[in-house]
Design a protein around this ligand. Structure first.
Ligand code: FMN
Length: 180
């Protein structure tokens, strides 16, 4: 097919694959530096949050953001059960925060012990001093091992918008608390 060059199809069936297509894709994804976020949520009973690298703006008008949460994460059922979540935008000084939310799991520890937070929309924790926006959850999109939360952004803080981002290249030393 014209849209599937030969070198991109080796060893792979169309659709899901475990062949050369995966290796090309993995290399490409490893070669770019997407920004890091911490998504937090509260389901009325408990709060949770995790480091998220699969996320980004998907519409300008209306403004929409898609954040992907692994079905294995402690955060997953909580994020699925709330009308709004908070997305924090990490900056270059936030490596320890990224490690905290990306390497620990709420299955084993209370990640918010010792973290300065205030309640945001739908009680989602807002980490004090970190840029954030709240997103009303419009839709859940099952994408495979992750579910996308389609968010309508509203209130937040951009006090550190002039600072450099924390990207995936900065957090390569962090092992996820859960397998994806
Ligand atoms: C660099 C990096 C990026 C990650 N991106 C995501 C992501 O996009 N979505 C997700 O659900 N988990 C992602 N994770 C994994 C979770 O942050 C991690 O497994 C965390 O410990 C889960 O916490 P929880 O079980 O308390 O929810 C990422 C981890 C790392 C280190």
């Amino acid at each position: 097919m014209a849209d599937q060059p030969e070198h991109y199809r080796d060893g792979a069936e169309q659709g899901d694959s475990t062949g050369g297509e995966d290796r090309v894709f993995e290399r490409l994804m490893a070669s770019i530096d997407p920004p890091m976020f911490v998504l937090t949520a509260h389901d009325g009973a408990q709060r949770s949050g995790c480091l998220v690298g699969f996320a980004g703006q998907v519409s300008i008008r209306p403004p929409r953001f898609l954040a992907m949460v692994s079905k294995l994460n402690h955060t997953y059922p909580i994020a699925m059960a709330t009308p709004a979540v908070v997305v924090h935008v990490l900056r270059e000084g936030d490596h320890e925060l990224a490690r905290h939310f990306g390497a620990l799991t709420g299955d084993e520890v209370d990640k918010f012990a010792g973290i300065d937070v205030v309640d945001g929309p739908a009680q989602a924790p807002v980490i004090v001093g970190v840029d954030w926006f709240a997103g009303r959850v419009l839709r859940h999109v099952d994408l495979g091992d992750h579910v996308g939360l389609l968010l309508a952004p509203h209130e937040g803080s951009a006090a550190r918008a002039d600072q450099s981002q924390l990207g995936s290249e900065d957090v390569g030393d962090i092992s996820p608390g859960h397998p994806a």
